[in-house]
Ligand binder design. Structure first.
Ligand code: AMP
Length: 562
């Protein structure tokens, strides 16, 4: 029997319509690329998005066409988030941190008809333009007064808006239509496009607004540090309109001081970013201790994108007095997959034990099913110990990549292999131990590089740490710890190993520690381990050198093997 419920389609345009009607004066504050602060509200964002949609139609953009953006978090980029999908086209947010050749690849692969870009990328676009074969129109996202020289063949964003009225009616269409296209960072091979739908985006927004999700609500002022060019900024621009949260957009100004100033001035209650952003902010506050007494209204921070080390969660708690909500996801999961809220039974636990739970990546939210499997695809137990390949399934999980790149990505039952290795405990808390290509196999057992990195980062002299597995003649692979020391602090590898020794299983202890000035990162800020392994491919462990006396790994690994 068919139900008698209205079949209103879940369209992105309904989000901004709702916000403009019910939260019209809620502010969107941006630090623009030009440097100035800009204040607008949901009603104005909608009005300008409608004008922009009309302008796009005049530029020849049709249903399903791709419109590219190469831009920071500002009100103009937010307007594109509504204008482009709202009129039936697909917004391709391009990550400016990719190499120039990858940016060129992404824009050409997506076949962006129109490309919007911030003034900070004027030189890059001038250089790439002759090779962007599908792109007929280039729009620089500023007003005439700030248009950089040499861009005569580009349109000006504010001119497009000024020329239109906001009397456009959003078209109605099926919610399964594509709305946006984000490419993965492509650490091996070319980036691949994840194509989201209106339906997946709106469903995902409900989760972000739920109490066991990101808890976004009309009470919040959200400092959105995760970029609009990466996984739709975790869907937060859409979820914020759904619940009427105030949005604070930092533009290209992501240093500790700029973020601190925004948190204070805009009375932010929540902020969302990858771990390195928080490290930068905490460093700034520690270098300016008088600021600690400043009363921030910040209550919680949402961290994901890579593992939030326990030490970071502790510092956020002790220095800023905020609760950390640790989330896991990926471009292919829109990205929300698991979210680390505590259960009622955890409320009475000592802080230390609560932090242990918060350091896990959280529990699956409704909409994303997860399980772990072994090499043969057999399901593994949810015992919090056994690690296996993490698989996910759900209405905002990708079913394939744009233009079929990468071939079939789902198994026969519709599960997507994330490429992450994880354990799941009895309560459903997922703990990511590695990317599957980064796990260290020592004497037939797996060593978690993420656990070792998190343990190392807790040492006061360690600014950043990466652990990679390198060949070992006896144990197949052993871990090498690569450390960036905090400036001005002397530390030796022996001291770091002594610090780690009581904190990790004996046979996990890295065989050597080496110091470097900096570690390689991907365009989305993750450790670039492929490159690091390449850098150290000729490294021979001290325990593996011919003259080596009884070795640490012999002792360590022997402990493992009984
Ligand atoms: P991306 O598609 O660029 O967002 O990258 C997704 C990948 O980032 C995941 O597959 C994980 O390897 C990693 N990742 C995301 N969130 C976390 C987290 N909280 N802890 C550990 N790794 C994470």
């Amino acid at each position: 029997m068919r139900a008698l419920m209205q079949e209103r389609q879940l369209l992105i345009s309904t989000l901004i319509d709702h916000a403009a009607l019910n939260h019209p004066t809620v502010e969107i504050v941006s630090r623009t690329c030009e440097g100035a602060e800009h204040r607008t509200d949901y009603k104005t964002v909608r009005s300008r998005a409608l004008k922009l949609a009309k302008a796009l139609i005049k530029l020849g953009v049709k249903d399903g066409d791709r419109v590219g953006s190469l831009a920071w978090n500002t009100h103009r980029h937010l307007e594109l988030y509504y204008a482009v999908p709202g009129m039936g086209a697909v917004l391709n947010t391009v990550n400016p941190r990719l190499f120039a050749e990858q940016i060129e690849y992404v824009i050409n692969h997506a076949q962006d008809n129109v490309l919007f870009f911030d003034i900070t990328f004027a030189e890059l676009i001038t250089e790439l333009r002759p090779r962007l074969l599908s792109t007929a129109t280039f729009v620089v996202m500023t007003d005439r007064a700030h248009k950089p020289p040499g861009l005569d063949n580009c349109l000006c964003y504010e001119d497009l808006i000024e020329a239109e009225e906001d009397d456009y009616q959003w078209p109605q269409f099926e919610e399964t239509r594509a709305s946006s296209l984000c490419y993965t960072s492509g650490t091996t091979g070319n980036p691949k496009g994840v194509l989201y739908s209106h339906r997946s985006t709106v469903l995902h927004s409900f989760t972000a607004c739920s109490m066991d999700g990101l808890q976004l609500s009309s009470q919040d002022s959200v400092l959105l540090i995760v970029p609009l060019f990466h996984v739709n900024a975790w869907g937060v621009p859409y979820a914020s309109a759904m619940c009427g949260a105030k949005l604070v957009l930092p533009g290209p100004w992501l240093d500790g001081q700029s973020l601190f100033n925004l948190l204070r001035a805009e009375r932010c209650s929540v902020s969302i970013g990858v771990p390195t952003v928080w490290l930068g902010l905490l460093k700034f506050i520690e270098e300016n201790p008088h600021l600690i007494s400043e009363k921030l209204t910040l209550a919680r921070v949402l961290v994901g994108g890579s593992a939030a080390p326990r030490a970071l969660i502790e510092r956020l708690h002790h220095i800023l007095g905020v609760t950390t909500i640790h989330a896991w996801g990926m471009s292919e999961t829109s990205p929300l997959g698991t979210i680390g809220n505590l259960l009622p039974k955890h409320r009475s636990l000592p802080l230390d034990e609560q932090i242990t739970i918060r350091a896990k990546q959280g529990r699956p939210i409704y909409g994303v099913e997860v399980h772990i499997a072994d090499e043969q695809g057999e399901r593994l137990p949810r015992d919090g110990k056994t690690a296996g390949h993490l698989k996910v399934r759900g209405p905002w999980v990708a079913s394939g990549y744009f233009r079929g790149e990468g071939g079939e990505v789902l198994d026969a039952d519709g599960w997507f292999a994330t490429g992450d290795v994880a354990s799941i405990d009895e309560d459903g808390y997922v703990q990511i131990t590695d990317r599957s290509k980064d796990v260290i196999k020592s004497g037939g057992e797996w060593i978690s590089s993420i656990d070792l990195e998190n343990a190392a980062i807790a040492h006061h002299a360690v600014q950043e740490a990466a652990v990679i597995g390198l060949a070992h003649s006896r144990w197949q692979e052993r871990p090498l710890l690569v450390v960036v020391a905090r400036p001005g602090i002397e530390v030796t590898s022996e001291q770091i190993l002594a610090f780690l020794s009581p904190r990790v299983a004996k046979w996990w202890l890295p065989d050597d520690v080496v110091f470097v000035k900096e570690l390689p990162h991907t365009a989305t800020g993750k450790l670039q381990k492929v490159q690091l392994r390449e850098q150290f491919k000729t490294f021979v462990f001290s325990s593996d050198r011919p003259e080596a006396a009884p070795t640490r790994s012999d002792v360590n690994a022997a402990t493992n093997n009984g």
